[in-house]
Design a protein around this ligand. Structure first.
Ligand code: FPP
Length: 241
């Protein structure tokens, strides 16, 4: 049973770097893809725990712009896994009222995968219970570079006035333009790095680095991190209840 989040200071958006699938599999003497499959199965439990925790937005890092450097077998296995995930999870996601969005550069992705991503976004666009954003071929620097390119085009066409560009203009050009900034970023597997994830958006986020490998990350662990975060926030704000 998850502890419901009844705190006034609601944590709206949590982002997760799902790390440790490879080590989890290696610890069991299995191929890395076995770990990614176990990691993909974990996603549903975490997404479905969001309403009880009061979390409206969940953003997960599934594939980074740097992940192309992995072996061809691992990369193509992950691409297949994303397709299978979309096939298998479409109905449960719709039933749970989840709206799915993808961020990252789609240009380098297989057409068949992009088609499924578009379809899932369309099929879930009326849902409001949870907003799940999946980052595929995503890198924070790449996102900012693509945003700069679009801004430059708008300047060229006269739709954007250079003199008016400020801190509020840039987020409107990022992939995440419809999302609030994350209050909390969690990284599993004991690595304390942000690895190019939501660089602009996490300027004021709290970070939580935990040793658990992603395939072992349960809704209970998630709930305890969220609750601990909110207690921390309450103390920092000086609003003692
Ligand atoms: C990092 O673990 C994980 C990834 C690069 C892939 C993340 C993918 C999933 C959790 C599964 C698919 C997700 C969806 C939404 C279908 P790692 O391989 O770097 O682990 P290691 O650091 O132990 O090697």
């Amino acid at each position: 049973m998850l502890v419901p989040n009844t705190n006034d200071k609601n944590l709206e958006h949590v982002a997760i770097i799902m790390d440790g699938n490879g080590r989890w599999a290696e610890n069991k003497g299995r191929p890395r893809l076995f770990g990614h499959q176990a990691g993909a199965r974990r996603v549903r439990e975490i997404v479905e725990s969001c309403p009880d925790l009061g979390i409206k937005y969940l953003t997960i890092f599934a594939f980074s712009t740097e992940n192309w450097k992995r072996t061809q077998i691992e990369v193509s296995g992950l691409m297949k896994l994303f397709k299978r995930y979309i096939y298998k999870e479409t109905k449960p996601l719709i039933d749970a009222g989840v709206r799915v969005r993808f961020i990252g550069d789609r240009v380098r992705l297989e057409e068949s995968l992009v088609k499924l991503m578009d379809q899932l976004e369309n099929l879930t666009k009326g849902n409001t219970e949870v907003n799940l954003t999946i980052a595929i071929n995503y890198g924070g620097r790449d996102e900012v570079a693509r945003a700069a390119k679009r801004m430059a085009r708008d300047v060229q066409s006269g739709d954007l006035n250079v003199e008016k560009i400020n801190e509020e203009t840039i987020p409107r050009y990022l992939d995440t333009h419809v999302l609030p900034d994350p209050g909390l970023v969690i990284r599993t597997s004991g690595e304390a790095r942000i690895s190019n994830f939501l660089l602009w958006q996490s300027a004021y986020s709290e970070y939580e680095f935990i040793d658990t490998l992603w395939p072992d990350f349960t809704a209970e662990i998630f709930s305890s991190i969220v609750n601990e975060f909110e207690n921390r926030e309450r103390r920092f704000g000086g609003i003692l209840k």
